[in-house]
Unconditional design. Structure first.
Length: 324
C-alpha cells in the first residue's frame, strides 16, 4: 500500500470515531451540533475526550435496546446502566462525569429539557492514601549511585532520574522538556515545565542536579543544537547514541524500571513513585503542606495528601510491636 493511500484510510477512520451516533443524529441539527461542540470544541485534552466519548457511546448503545430516544432517558435508566458496568468505583465516577457533562450540553442546546444524569450518584469512594508504589529516600539514592557513567545513555538516565527526584515533576512533563526549558539567568539554573491542564511552572535546579544536567549536555554534544530540540532523547537501537526523537512517558517508565532492576531494587516502583517519595520526605521535615502542594503542581491539597506516606510508616511501627 502506498503512503498516500494509507493516509486516506486513516482520516475517515477518525471521522467515523467522532461521528454522532444514531440516537444523537435522530435528534436533528441541534443534537448533532451539541455532539460536535462537546467532543470537538469543548474538550481539549485528548485523554479526557477519549474517556468521555467511550462513556457516552456505551450508554447510548445500552439505551438503544429499549428503543429509547434522548428525551426518553431517565435517571433510573442511567442508574441501571451504571449498576451493570463491570468497573471499579473510580472508573464509574469518570464514566458518570462524561455522561453528566454531555447531557448538560444537550440541555443548553435545547435538545432535551432536563439532564437525567444530574441526580445520579455512584457508590461512595474514599481514598486515604494513593496507590502509587513506594520508593524510599535511601532507595532513590541507591538508584542514582548505581548508574555507572560509561556512555551518553548513562549520563542521560542519571540526569533524567535526578530531574524526576529533585523537581517531583511528572514523567509526561519531563518528556516535553526542550533545551530552551533549561534556563540559566547567570545566577542559577531552572527548569520550565509544561504540566497537566495547560499549566506552566518553573522550578529551580539544585546544585547537584545542575551538574548532572550540564555533564549530560556536554557528553551528548548538544551545544550547537536548536533550542527547540528535545532535552531527553531516545537511544538509537542497540547503539549507544541518542536520536533526534524525544522520549515519551512510556520510554521514561521503561528506563526507570530497567535501572531499578539493574540496581537490585523493586521494579514495582515507577516514575510517579518519586513524587510520593519527595512529598513524604518534605513533610517529614515539617515543610508546609502548601509548599509541597505547589512543588507537585496540585490545585487541591487533598490530592497532595494522597502522596503522604507518613501514616503508613506509623502503622508499620505499631504492627511491629504486636507480641503474638
Amino acid at each position: 500500500m502506498s503512503e498516500g493511500k494509507s493516509l486516506v484510510l486513516v482520516k475517515p477512520k477518525r471521522a467515523v470515531q467522532l461521528a454522532a451516533p444514531k440516537m444523537v443524529a435522530s435528534a436533528g441539527d441541534a443534537g448533532r451540533f451539541a455532539w460536535e461542540e462537546f467532543f470537538k470544541g469543548k474538550i481539549r485534552n485528548p485523554h479526557t475526550r477519549a474517556a468521555y466519548l467511550r462513556a457516552v457511546r456505551q450508554l447510548l448503545c445500552w439505551c438503544e435496546q429499549f428503543a429509547a430516544e434522548l428525551k426518553d432517558i431517565t435517571p433510573g435508566m442511567i442508574g441501571e446502566y451504571l449498576d451493570q458496568l463491570k468497573l471499579a468505583v473510580p472508573s464509574k465516577k469518570v464514566h458518570l462525569a462524561g455522561i453528566r457533562t454531555f447531557f448538560d450540553v444537550l440541555v443548553q442546546r435545547h435538545v432535551i429539557v432536563l439532564n437525567p444524569a444530574h441526580s445520579v450518584r455512584t457508590e461512595r469512594y474514599s481514598v486515604m492514601e494513593g496507590r502509587t508504589p513506594e520508593i524510599s529516600v535511601g532507595e532513590a539514592k541507591m538508584l542514582l549511585a548505581s548508574i555507572k557513567l560509561a556512555s551518553v545513555i548513562d549520563y542521560r538516565d542519571r540526569a533524567l532520574i535526578a530531574v524526576l527526584i529533585y523537581t517531583a515533576a511528572r514523567a509526561g512533563a519531563v518528556a516535553k522538556l526542550r533545551l530552551k526549558d533549561l534556563i540559566d539567568d547567570g545566577r542559577r539554573c531552572s527548569l520550565r515545565f509544561a504540566e497537566k491542564g495547560g499549566k506552566a511552572r518553573t522550578i529551580p535546579v539544585r546544585e547537584d542536579l545542575e551538574r548532572f544536567l550540564l555533564e549530560y549536555l556536554s557528553v551528548a554534544g548538544f551545544k550547537d543544537e536548536s533550542k527547540d530540540s528535545p532535552l531527553f532523547r531516545t537511544a538509537g537501537g542497540r547503539k549507544l547514541v541518542l536520536t533526534a526523537a524525544a522520549m515519551n512517558g512510556v520510554d521514561i517508565c521503561r528506563m526507570v524500571k530497567r535501572r531499578l532492576a539493574a540496581a537490585g531494587l523493586p521494579t514495582s516502583a515507577s516514575p510517579h513513585s518519586f513524587r510520593a517519595c519527595v512529598a513524604t520526605d518534605l513533610l517529614l521535615q515539617n515543610v508546609a503542606l502548601e509548599d509541597v502542594q505547589y512543588l507537585l503542581g496540585h490545585s487541591d491539597s487533598r490530592v497532595t495528601k494522597l502522596y503522604d506516606r507518613r501514616q503508613k510508616q506509623v502503622t508499620r511501627n505499631i504492627v511491629e510491636k504486636i507480641s503474638v
